[in-house]
Design a protein around this ligand. Sequence first.
Ligand code: F6R
Length: 613
Amino acid sequence: MCGIVGYIGKNPALPILFSGLERLEYRGYDSFGFCVLDDDKVDYFCKEKGKISDQCHIKDSHSIGNVGIAHTRWATTGMVTKENAHPHSNQDKDIFVVHNGIIENYKELKEKLISEGYAFASETDTEVLAHLIDKYFKGNLEDAVVEAIKEVRGTYGLAAVSTKDPNKIVAARMSSPLLIGVNGDEFIIASDPSAIITRTRQIIHLDDNEIAVLTDEDFTISKIEKETRCLNVTNKEIEMIEWDIEQAEKGGYEHFMLKEIMEEPNVIEDAIRGRINIEQANAKLGGLDSIQERLRGINNIVLVGCGTAYYACKVAEYMFEEYAGISARSDIGSEYRYRKTIMSKDTAGLFVSQSGETADTLAALREMKEKGILTIGVTNVVGSNQARETDAGVYTRSGPEIAVASTKAFIGQLTTLALMTVYLGRQRDMSHVMGERIINEISNLPELAEEILALKDDIKVIAEKYSHYRDFWFIGRKYNSAIALEGALKLKEVSYIHAEGTAGGELKHGPLALIDENCPTVAICPSDSVYEKMLSNIEEVKARKGKIIAIATKGNEEIRKIADDVIYIPKTLEMLTPILSVIPLHLFSYYVASALGRDIDKPKNLAKSVTVE
Ligand code: F6R
């Protein structure tokens, strides 16, 4: 996601902030900004769109201030503009804030602040923080920050400076990483160790609800408990990071792919943050507000995506038809763009893409627009072509995905599409009880996803056991038929092993001819409405001496008698099982590829974003 760096010490802050941001470049960003103070004056301030490397002159500016904060932004709330870049400030431009995370109640807070006379200069949620700090400022920055964050719901890692209370940085954390680098009498605050480790390896992690005050001599960390700021936390230990730069960028994991798989529970949390309305048993999707009424008249949805994003469309097809009461079908971007389709005016096109720049998906979108069809986007990248060209849409908020193979973005897409199912369903026949049930189950998913990730070492053992096979089959039915396709795609993509996925029922229509002891089958068979059917398919494979790796629901002991290996996933609603069943498949592919020593983050012949036909 976004990156934060702050410096206070005896040296000029700007070059240190600049190189800190440079080391956060790998995370991806679309704009950046700096604010350096020299005592009670702003010594340097700039915000730009684009890359820091294009603005190298910044570090040569004659800035001497020794306190500063800087930020790389990866847009979530508000487009990619200079105004939306951080730091954000109050109207008097004497309080400056950089922030990572999402302020869920920013719209209510913004309205209230506007009614109190505050004027806003950006579309971001972060700017609310700057004005709230201003509102509560009575001479002491940390007190104002404490008061401001009491009003905020959501997640934040933030750093603030002020010319009215100079020579300090105040930082606070709630569910968004923040750490302090300690280097003698200079301190660096950062969201990521890679921004720090060329200057110091001694770090202290801030925990949730903690607030740190850094000066050029010392720092203190306090806990905000029950709305009161207690005295210093005394038990914070300095840790030594042993990682090299490359490991630090990957959060200590060997590859971005593994780091991103491990982020999947957070991705679900971010996708649903502020989007659940329990009282109305509904999803709040602000991005669809402008077409809310038009959507009521929609009876068909055509979903379009490519590769993994297409498989998200396939899962949504089942969700929409079963729960939203809308007829749905999916198409691949490269197919849709060249075929003749019959589409009535009560049809909407729904485009799913991580990058929002996939050429075939965009071509299909333009083709549909040409025909006057309502277009909706599900995209990860704010301001991407897809986001700009669709009539409305919902961002998946999965954060930058660096590994070529899409993992966490797929989870973000499925979660967003599940929320959309509730939204569309509640506009139609879905009962309050059913809406509530789905919403509650979606809210439980982050915890359930964590449970699966805790099995990663067991999955690694299974992956290594099977890594010498040259062919694999993946089967699943109904909601998980598309997960069979995704499992096979992920395995071939990162391990270069031949793998194919089919709906379980299709086995006997051809693929069985290839099943023998040399071709293991991964069977996705949660305890759902098609479980018995999956058991029959597994029997068919076993009868041909094929090995079975089953992805089954926790508590199913029966499956152990027939499968060679079992990976358990927790129970959830049938329509949500894909969000859980795909996690072990991501790990399985990763560990097979790792056992084979593949270039996992950059598989041969593939690009992250396919912007050409
Ligand atoms: C597979 C993968 C690709 C992408 C596809 C669409 O792991 O990454 O199949 O899913 O190229 O990309 P987006 O989602 O950017 O449109």
